[in-house]
Design a protein around this ligand. Sequence first.
Ligand SMILES: [Fe+2]
Length: 166
Amino acid sequence: MPETDGSTGTRGAPGAAPVIARTHISLLVRDPEASAAWFEDVLGMKVTARGPQWVFLSFGRKHHDLALIRAEDGAEQGGLGLQHYGLEIEGGVDALRRLYGMLLTKGVTVVKTTDHAIGLGVYFEDPDGNRFEFFAETVVDDEEATRLLGEHQAPSRTIDLDPLYS
Ligand SMILES: [Fe+2]
């Protein structure tokens, strides 16, 4: 017997799939205020709200895109959970090279620079070792990019990317 008649919006019903307008991410960090200053500096974010144990930051359009929450004392990065959070940039490969130069100038830990066949990525870490990726799409057609990712087995080939400093 079906679980629903298709009109109640419960599991299995038409229309039950979420329609996501945007995403945010929440990270456990050692020092929310220190990390907030880092995210303001490196990602150009703005603090929109704060409490004793947390800080919210925004890229400028919504109330928050990132929540920083104080971790338990002695907490460490583990092998499960978030691997990286990707930030698609505007401005193409030259903008990515400028951001790479900015990261290097600010002494940010850059993990790798990669070619994904459909774009280029620069991976870096926040002060707690949470990994982020700036990525610039080089294949702008999403259907074509999806096909290429499958065809090339979603590659992440290390490349030399020349940073720009202007
Ligand atoms: Fe990614």
